[in-house]
Design a binder for this molecule. Structure first.
Ligand code: UDP
Ligand code: MG
Length: 307
């Protein structure tokens, strides 16, 4: 029998954990698969770990990894992926914003051949206008910046096939943006629309600082555009200063030009050259960064008659 691994990162979720466990358990039982539920406790300071110990004592399908401190949601999910044994892995938030009842739909997409079935938020309930607005802007900025299409309005709620999970095991970069890595890998990715509910209880554990870091990791990990801003700007400025120089020469021949104008043009030109050189350095840094990330050079989706 094929098995599913449910991966649930938890950070200070004492208000939701029990209910969340019961609903997830009921969903997993309703499917015709073996399963495990992996909780990764991301350094909770409340009763979460105590509750997890109780749940795991009664339910042998529940496995728990507990961090020594808070490492952040993306690393918690990664730690779950690292020990998951399933033929497919499902990543889900503990707070029931991603309804466990959508899991059977993700599984169905997988049965129909999807390697990645990602939850796409058709609607977001109970989130502030500000959160929805900034999220909408960010996703669009990211997809403009990124060389690989990162689907709009998706989070980490998704099912991934074993072969995708194995690729995640090979990508050990530190500043992780899982949904970007997933998009970068390609494979047959299929959206499954769902309504994102309100948090069941408790408050968001994603502070503004954590959210900004994730947003920045998304851009720096999947786009080299920021590094080439300098090149573009420097080239533009040099061009304008060059035109200025021609204009100055013409004016000098015709009528004589005040000396400070030469100085201004010289400064602008130098500034442009500096930026251009910075951009060139950026290009080398970008290449070093690529090497440092140590991602696999390519990913094979399928092989036939290869031994
Ligand atoms: N989470 C985590 N570590 C953190 C922050 C969050 O493991 O540092 C977990 C959290 O317990 C939840 C999931 O990640 O299961 C999503 O967090 P949250 O619901 O607070 O984020 P939001 O939905 O508000 O973006
Ligand atoms: Mg949430």
């Amino acid at each position: 029998m094929k098995t599913l691994s449910l991966i649930v990162p938890v950070f200070n979720e004492q208000e939701v954990l029990r209910t969340s466990y019961e609903r997830m358990k009921a969903t997993m039982e309703s499917l015709d698969y073996g399963y495990e539920i992996i909780y990764v406790n991301d350094g909770s300071r409340d009763d979460t770990l105590v509750q997890l110990r109780e749940i795991a004592a009664q339910d042998k399908k529940v496995r728990v990894r507990s961090f020594s401190r808070n490492f952040g949601h993306q690393l918690a999910v990664t730690a779950g992926m690292d020990i998951a044994k399933g033929d497919a892995l499902i990543i889900i938030d503990a707070d029931l914003q991603d309804p466990p009842e959508v899991i059977p739909e993700l599984v169905k997409a997988w049965e129909n051949g999807a390697d990645i079935a990602y939850g796409k938020r058709a609607k977001r309930e109970g989130e502030t206008f500000m959160k929805k607005f900034t999220a909408a802007c960010y996703y669009r900025l990211l997809s403009f910046m990124s060389a690989y299409p990162i689907p709009l309005d998706t989070g980490d709620f998704r099912l991934i096939d074993r072969k995708v999970a194995d690729m995640f095991l090979q990508m050990r970069e530190h500043n992780r943006f899982l949904r970007g890595m997933s998009a970068w890998m390609g494979f047959n990715a299929v959206p499954v629309e769902y309504v994102r509910h309100e948090r069941f209880a408790g408050k968001t554990k994603y502070t503004l600082k954590k959210m900004l870091k994730l947003a920045f990791d998304g851009i720096t990990g999947f786009s080299d555009k920021p590094l080439s801003i300098s090149t573009a700007l420097g080239t533009g400025i040099c061009f304008i200063a060059g035109l200025g120089l021609i204009a100055l020469i013409v004016c000098a021949i015709a009528a004589g030009v005040p000396s400070w104008l030469w100085a201004v043009d010289g400064i602008v030109m130098l500034q442009g050259i500096t930026m251009l050189l910075m951009g060139i350095q950026g290009a080398y840094m970008n290449r070093m960064y690529d090497e440092l990330k140590g991602r696999p050079l390519y990913i094979i989706g399928e092989e036939i008659n290869i031994d």
